[in-house]
Design a protein around this ligand. Sequence first.
Ligand code: PLP
Length: 367
Amino acid sequence: MLKVQSKTGNYITIHGEHYSYFAGNDYLGLAHHPDVIQAATLALEKYGISFSASRQTTGTSEIHLELEQLLARFKTRQDAVVFATGYLGNRLLFHALKGQYSTVFADAQAHPSISDGVPGGIPSRIYEHCNPNHLEDLLKKNKKHRPLIITDGIFALTGKIAPVDEIYSLAEKYNALLIVDDAHATGVLGKNGTGTPEHFNLQNAKNLYQSETMSKALGAYGGFIAADETLIQSIRSKSTFYGASTALPPPLVAAGCASLSLIQQQPELREKLKKNAELIRKGIQNMEFHTTGEGTPIIPILFQSRQKTKALSEYLKENHIVAPAVDYPVKTDNFIIRITASTNHTTEQIENLLFILKKWREKYGTH
Ligand SMILES: Cc1ncc(COP(=O)(O)O)c(C=O)c1O
């Protein structure tokens, strides 16, 4: 584990030394944007660190409501609700939609917040990773039950975009609900940055829900769901989490408001991210490293050997670059160096990363 001693911008400090940083999920560089920091600081001064109360009692502030309105508008939905972590979003949706489905169908590499969130008594079926044909085989065999299909939008380790268009066609055919965990796609995919459904022109699709977070591209913290009024009201009135857990701290709420404005007013942040990610991905593909994903800021280098993966990560570190060897939160068939692009990376920084990777490849190869 790295002991970070600074902000995790495009450079970080470890043991007093600077490293070029290609890790984490601050894709748009908003966690350190001056507007976001200023908004959080002002809220800290005005409201303190915490309201020390649940949303249902005295934890709901004017800025919580403002943020929820902004999120609803951003997502062109009737309403939105924010809560402590994105991890909870799938669970909240599973519970709010209870009674409308009887079996869950989840991708084999889905984030653990999905399996953790399935309510007791509801059976789950696992379909092969990003394989709509296998999903359909399972749906055919389960015709008696109303299905709920769930997938990550962008997979955290491989950077793959789930085939949400094909999965949605199956959802329509088999009268299923569909949840997309868009933790890594919010602010990143789609013309307006609203995530994977927008990427596939499904932003207004019926029976499609997203579980989202402000903790990654939004550079803040906390989960959110934007949906129709009835569903959001049901979360507010029935969720024990909403009613019996302390509200999201005011500086984070204010940070969320500020970064949401930036995402909407500065599409160039997303454009620059795309360019940086492409530059890294092309360089890695040209060197014939094994990689996956297209059009996302997560660019993995895949190996069959854990030792080799660790060795490359160490080599990068010796050359003052941080890109971790990652083997969580799901098991894949490979060991992975997870490189992430950020809007704030400079071309020079990226060229240096590719140069160091090339040097390593010349010595040790790509497998
Ligand atoms: C796919 C996915 N879903 C949910 C989460 C949880 O989000 P948060 O970190 O906001 O709790 C993560 C983050 O690690 C994730 O990768």
